[in-house]
Design a protein around this ligand. Structure first.
Ligand code: PMP
Length: 510
């Protein structure tokens, strides 16, 4: 474990700067224009342990990206390294397609041990090609085969991966086979209400679409959802809403697919994020942390859905023995050491501290999260208010308030109530009824998202030796996904550096 205060990001003079600069230069010359994280993080990692990454330039960073939420135990945890070495030393074959091995047998046993018991009792597992997106494809194929129906229900803001079917189900897509439903979100609630009432309105909309014979939504093969939307900007679904989705789908024999690729293995403060609500999905999509930092993806599902034929979802690389061993060690370590509870406690503390910060800095629109998946949404304090992140022309009144919703998910926000229809900067009045007394409470109209501020904060974090990434509809949400193993001191260092970065950015933009 690194000592607190490590990762200051200072260059050590002993390192040869031309070597790593050459590596970065060759990367940008030779790699695809589609590369992602590498653009924002000009780092050449050469060593890593726990929360800390050391670059080829000798600088150290606190890594709150954690392989996009993969590293439940941080980098190179001793139990993971030991598990990998054991397989290597045993002489076991590294490539076995989908044949049975003792390593795979142990992984399946440990994984089933962690599942909601009502699913584990009747579970089947399909090992997929080693990426979350392939497991999403498998889940969609499974329910389409089992129901004989092509359509899928998916949510606004969803992210399920980059292959064709997963992309269709994601929020940016426009596909005729996917009916898009409102995902509950408090800060930019599409109904301007947020909280349990906003979520309930979304649930009613869902029910209406399914039961209205003229809704244009055919009976679907399944509903796919993330219990906390990660890439979509860290939106924890209220537990009550998740139970409503379970009830709505169960009543209509629609399989419910929980995509726990990012939320699994303790991240949200429960072993699986669905555990908070007690919901038992029909299918769970699992990847990232289950491979203990190596590539692994599976679906687990109720046995009566297992009606697809041999080879229905094949793939050469479904037998990664090292990943299974690393995954078994990770799952067991999280379970035995109560790391889900640790994530809940630490996450609540960090979110609380960031919410206090939000009171100081009007450019922090909202702080939200569950366990150690945390989002800080940057907004333009001078901007005009709107619901969708882009802003519309309103005058402003009222103040922000922090709150913890009934589900235990935490939020604080600087959304305000719009006072009146007003003449905007362009001089054109936009009719707006959000404060019409007939509505009762004025509707919430948050400040516009500030992607440029978010980029500035991310860069300022990097200068301070803190790695964070951005997410959300407008890439304006700073996302924190630290390992579940971090110490209290490390958690404090993360919050300090982020606070310092936000203060510096706020100072530089009066
Ligand atoms: N589902 C969710 C919820 C995810 O967060 C991701 C990746 N961020 C995926 C699916 C896709 O996983 P992969 O990148 O391994 O294909």
């Amino acid at each position: 474990m690194p000592a607190p205060g490590e990762g200051k990001g200072h260059a050590a003079p002993a390192h040869d700067s031309t070597a790593y600069e050459g590596i970065l230069r060759r990367q940008s010359a030779r790699e695809s224009a589609a590369r992602t994280y590498a653009r924002a993080l000009p780092i050449v990692p050469v060593r890593a342990r726990g929360l800390t990454i050391e670059g080829a330039d000798g600088r150290r960073y606190l890594d709150c990206l954690s392989g996009a939420g993969t590293l439940a135990l941080g980098h190179n945890h001793p139990v993971v390294l030991e598990a990998i070495r054991k397989v290597l030393d045993s002489g076991a074959p590294l490539h076995v397609l989908d044949l049975a091995t003792p390593v795979k047998d142990a992984f399946t046993t440990e994984l089933f041990r962690t599942l909601p018991p009502a699913l584990a009792d009747r579970a089947r597992i399909q090992f997929c090609g080693p990426a979350g997106t392939d497991a999403v494809e498998a889940a969609l194929k499974l329910v389409r085969t089992a129901t004989g129906r092509p359509g899928v229900l998916a949510f606004t803001g969803a992210y399920h991966g980059m292959t064709a079917g997963a992309l269709e189900a994601s929020g940016g897509a426009q596909d005729v086979r996917v009916a898009r439903l409102p995902y509950p979100q408090d800060y930019r609630c599409p109904f301007g209400i947020g909280g349990p009432r906003g979520a309930e309105l979304g649930a009613r909309w869902t029910e209406t679409l399914l039961d209205d014979t003229k809704s244009g939504v055919p009976s679907p093969a399944g509903m796919i959802l993330e219990p906390v939307q990660g890439e979509g900007g860290v939106h924890p679904a209220p537990d009550g809403w998740l139970r409503r989705m379970r009830a709505i789908t169960a009543a209509r024999s629609i399989p419910l697919i929980a995509d726990e690729v990012q939320t699994g293995v303790g991240r949200t403060g429960a072993f699986w994020a669905v555990d908070h609500s007690g919901v038992v999905p029909d299918v769970m999509v699992l990847s990232k942390a289950i491979g203990g930092s190596l590539p692994l993806a599976v679906i687990v599902y109720r046995d009566d859905l297992d009606v697809w034929g041999p080879g229905a979802h094949a793939g050469t690389f479904r037998g990664n023995q090292l990943a299974m061993a690393a995954g078994t060690a990770t799952l067991a370590y999280v379970r035995e050491n109560g790391l889900a509870q640790r994530a809940a406690d630490l996450g609540a503390r960090m979110i609380g501290q960031l919410q206090s910060l939000a009171k100081e800095f009007p450019c922090i629109g909202d702080v939200r999260g569950r366990g150690l998946i945390i989002g800080v949404e940057l907004v333009d304090p001078e901007g005009a208010h709107g619901t969708n992140g882009l802003g519309v022309h309103h005058e402003v009144s009222g103040g922000g308030a922090g709150r913890v919703d009934a589900a235990g998910s935490m939020h604080t926000d600087h959304s305000r109530s719009a006072a009146h229809t007003a003449d905007g900067a362009g001089g054109t009045a936009v009719p707006d009824f959000s404060s019409d007394p007939l509505l009762g409470e004025p509707l919430s109209t948050p400040l516009p998202a500030a992607p440029d501020l978010a980029v500035a904060v991310r860069d300022a974090c990097l200068d301070r030796g803190l790695i964070v990434e951005l997410g959300g509809r407008h890439s304006s949400v700073v996302r924190l996904l630290p390992p579940l193993t971090i110490t209290d001191e490390q958690a404090a260092a993360i919050v300090d550096r982020l606070a310092d970065a936000i203060a510096a950015v706020a100072r530089s933009r009066p």
